[in-house]
Write a new protein. Structure first.
Length: 66
């Protein structure tokens, strides 16, 4: 049962990270596609900061719900 819960938490975490990346950076996926054009992106530092702040807040909210 514990493994299932860890898997569910990991899947939820990965989905949230992908959602943030899609919204903030217009990325289709976070999977490696072995193509410089698809795997490397120019991103403004303020966009990175905003995405990290959003991820931090999501983690803070999740911790307070436990």
């Amino acid at each position: 049962m514990m493994t299932c819960r860890k898997t569910d938490l990991a899947a939820a975490r990965n989905a949230l990270i992908l959602e943030i990346a899609q919204r903030r950076f217009s990325l289709e996926t976070l999977e490696t596609r072995n193509s410089d054009r698809l795997d490397f992106h120019d991103v403004a530092v303020w966009a990175i900061r905003d995405a990290l702040e959003e991820a931090f807040e999501a983690g803070r909210r999740a911790a307070s719900q436990s």
